[in-house]
Design a protein around this ligand. Structure first.
Ligand SMILES: [Zn+2]
Length: 346
């Protein structure tokens, strides 16, 4: 990446109201059949345009073709029965009715590769593609087939690796795995979570990222955050091992967060996507606020490794709000870029 402080988003962006009910997660589609296929493609075009207008450097599909960041991928796999549902506690936090793993899991055909090729055709900018991480996938299902969470995660890692290799061949520059579960199950992360992630990126030449956050701005997450106290030290548990891993980039949340920013020191040497936009607030950050967060992060991340980003996905926000926040991200990054260049010139 030649651009200093290249901006990107963590993943999802709001969908147009003609495609899905706005400001909701798992929002049902409003179209069907060929109209839905065309509608998703059009929404992807619009989302790309919004990112370009806001000056975002590393663009994505805004997850316009998926209903949910985990389940949409799983829907395309064999071995999972979406009719057979069980209630489980997701992220050890909230109960949800989830599909059941009933047999060996496999990927009969690619899931997002066609969408990624389409995005590649639309732009020459670097593109990032998000996939769910193996541990987070396991945590969103009822496992009635494999003997352990680890075994199922390992199978998912192999499947994700197949998909990731095809995404790379389609021209994706950065493949990101979303692992909010890494912020909850520390022992498992260190025992097998990171190993599964490394299996998922095996043999890839493109850059790889892992996104670890405190979740979307939904009630279950904001309630959970209230129980975490004034200092959120969850990253401390997993960063040392991630620092040793083969993952290139770590995406985390910083803005308005109680994460002590010095914890980033634990991943020194990695590229860091610093969340400088709070997705759980309806206030649009000022460029100066974004710049202040980035300046703090620069104490622990070398300038050539800092990637300004959002804390998490913005799917549940209004389009206007998301637009404002993307503009603030770009403007804030530009303030700090100018400061860095001025320093170099001295
Ligand atoms: Zn997130």
């Amino acid at each position: 990446m030649k651009q200093l402080l290249p901006t990107s988003t963590a993943g999802s962006l709001p969908k147009p109201s003609w495609l899905a009910e706005p400001e909701q997660l798992w929002s049902p589609w409003k179209l069907q059949g060929q109209e839905l296929i065309d509608g998703k493609t059009d929404a992807l075009r619009v989302s790309l345009q919004e990112q370009r207008r806001a000056g975002i450097d590393i663009v994505s599909d805004g997850e316009q073709t998926r209903q949910h960041f985990v389940t949409t991928f799983i829907e395309h796999l064999d071995g999972v029965d979406f009719e057979k549902r069980e209630t489980v506690k997701i992220r050890d936090r909230y109960e949800a009715s989830v599909p059941t793993v009933v047999g060996p899991v496999s990927r009969p055909h690619s899931v997002f590769v066609k969408d990624a090729k389409f995005l590649r055709e639309q732009t020459d900018q670097p593109i990032k593609w998000a996939l769910p991480g193996p541990m987070t996938m396991v945590d969103t299902l009822y496992n009635a087939h494999y003997k352990s969470r680890e075994k199922l995660a390992w199978e998912f890692a192999k499947i994700l690796n197949q998909e990731a290799k095809e995404l790379e061949a389609a021209g994706v520059d950065i493949i990101q795995f979303d692992e909010p579960a890494f912020n909850v199950f520390f022992e498992e992360v260190n025992a097998w979570g990171i190993a599964c992630l490394e299996r998922a990126i095996e043999g890839l030449q493109c850059e790889t990222a892992v996104h670890i956050c405190y979740g979307y701005g939904i009630k279950a997450n904001t309630d959970w955050k209230k129980t975490l106290g004034s200092e959120w030290r969850q990253y401390e548990e997993v960063f040392p091992k991630l620092q040793q891993s083969n993952i290139d980039i770590i995406s985390l949340e910083c803005q308005n967060s109680h994460v002590p920013i010095e914890l980033i020191e634990l991943i020194r040497g990695k590229k860091v996507m610093v969340g400088a936009i709070d997705v759980a607030s309806n206030e649009i950050e000022t460029p100066e606020e974004v710049a202040a967060t980035l300046r703090e992060a620069l104490k622990y991340v070398d300038a050539d490794k800092l990637y300004p980003c959002t804390n998490c996905g913005m799917a549940p926000l209004s389009r206007e709000l998301a637009r404002g926040k993307l503009n603030a991200l770009s403007a804030g990054a530009e303030i700090v870029r100018k400061e860095l260049v001025a320093k170099l010139d001295c």
